[in-house]
Ligand binder design. Structure first.
Ligand SMILES: Cc1cc2nc3c(=O)[nH]c(=O)nc-3n(C[C@H](O)[C@H](O)[C@H](O)COP(=O)(O)OP(=O)(O)OC[C@H]3O[C@@H](n4cnc5c(N)ncnc54)[C@H](O)[C@@H]3O)c2cc1C
Length: 361
């Protein structure tokens, strides 16, 4: 959709082929969390900031319900607090992150004092949340009404000719000036040989949608110091290494299943919580109740609220690339753009814009 939007904006004639009848992939299974704070300084941070801007356009054009007032990163203990303090001291100003530690007074005054037992909370001001399963269809709806865009859902692209610009699909054959293969973590249908050379892996994650036992109108994305061992922004701080070692000895189950806590609000007073990380070439279908229990326990403990599960699902995304994304120039008329890490909601819009700009501007 990012590529389609960027191309449509330039007045190009766009055809989108999607094999399912509606979006069902990673882009609607996620938290809807546009993360800027957690990005590695440099290109990823730039892409995330640029993407936030594009999300702003989508929010306006497609009337998407978005919470754009940022995230709260809660330190649950001294080790996590040390990482956040070090991040603020060594990276925030130096690399242009828009975030700050909240004062005691600010913490006390938010959410009726629900988080006042924490002394260190980082407010990432540019982070945002959408409810992906609604936001994506809204964006698709907006795009499909543009006179230069045709959406073909329920249409599998069976083959492409990268030297002639031809597509063979279940809805017939088409010619294209350029074909952009944005096939997520499907590594076997299109450009299988080229993609195989990347040694692609898939990450499988367990997710839950829950309802707080008492009303809790969360307006921020919420995560904890556990995520500092996961997001690249914190990766090279000595305090993160200390935290990682402590987690390995104190919470081996978290490390084993790649569990860290993320909580995002839906527009309906519910929360999406996750996630675990299991890497393989061919993900197994079976979800572990033990992992869900840990996620629930962490979320209830962090929020100080009892939560009732409404829904469970597993998500998958392309992962463990040597780079966060891969661009394959497959031929004169085709380019594949694949996210290789779980950050497509945060950087995908800018990636689409920049890939299209490079070819057409
Ligand atoms: C559980 C979970 C949590 C996540 N959390 C976050 C987060 O907090 N922040 C963040 O930034 N990112 C997050 N991500 C990652 C993000 O969702 C992905 O990086 C992003 O959605 C990838 O987008 P995509 O368009 O490449 O893939 P997808 O959304 O999977 O779309 C690819 C589409 O291509 C279609 N397709 C493939 N082959 C063909 C073909 N031959 N013909 C027709 N159609 C085809 C598929 O059907 C699919 O719909 C998360 C992902 C998951 C699963």
């Amino acid at each position: 959709m990012s590529h389609a939007y960027a191309a449509a904006k330039r007045g190009l004639k766009v055809l989108v082929c999607e094999r399912t009848d509606q979006p069902l992939g990673a882009s609607i299974r996620n938290f809807g969390f546009g993360v800027v704070t957690g990005q590695r300084e440099g290109e990823m941070l730039d892409l995330a900031n640029q993407s936030r801007h594009i999300w702003g356009e989508w929010v306006d054009h497609a009337n998407i319900n978005a919470k754009r007032n940022g995230s709260l990163l809660i330190a649950r203990n001294q080790l996590e607090a040390a990482v956040l303090e070090s991040f603020v001291e060594n990276k925030v100003k130096q690399y242009g992150y828009e975030c700050e530690l909240l004062s005691e007074k600010e913490i006390e005054s938010m959410y009726g004092g629900q988080f006042s037992r924490y002394s260190t909370i980082l407010h990432g001001k540019n982070d945002q949340v959408v409810f992906s399963r609604e936001a994506l269809p809204q964006l698709i709806n907006y795009l499909s009404f543009l006179p230069n865009v045709t959406m073909k859902f329920g249409t599998l692209v069976k083959d492409i000719d990268v030297d002639q610009g031809k597509l063979s699909t279940t809805a017939g054959n088409f010619d294209a000036e350029h074909i952009f293969v944005c096939s997520g973590h499907d590594y076997q249908t299109l450009l299988a040989d080229e993609i195989q050379q990347l040694n692609p892996m898939v990450c499988r994650l367990q997710m839950l949608r829950v309802k707080p036992a008492k009303e809790f109108p969360l307006q921020h994305a919420l995560f904890t110091g556990l995520s500092c061992t996961h997001y690249d922004a914190f990766r090279d701080l000595p305090e993160t290494e200390i935290l990682r070692l402590a987690m390995e000895s104190d919470y081996p189950e978290f490390v084993k299943h790649g569990i860290h806590l993320l909580i995002t609000p839906t527009p309906y007073g519910e929360l999406i919580i996750g996630d675990s990380h299991e890497y393989s070439q061919f993900p197994r279908p079976f979800s572990s109740e033990a992992i869900d229990k840990i996620l629930l326990m962490l979320a209830e403990e962090t929020l100080g609220l009892k939560l009732d599960v409404i829904e469970r699902w597993a998500g998958e995304y392309g992962s463990k690339g040597s780079e966060p994304y891969s661009i394959i120039k497959a031929g004169k008329f085709a380019t594949a753009v694949l996210m290789r890490t779980g950050l497509g909601m945060s950087v995908g819009p800018a990636l689409g814009e920049n890939v299209i700009a490079k070819i057409y501007d």
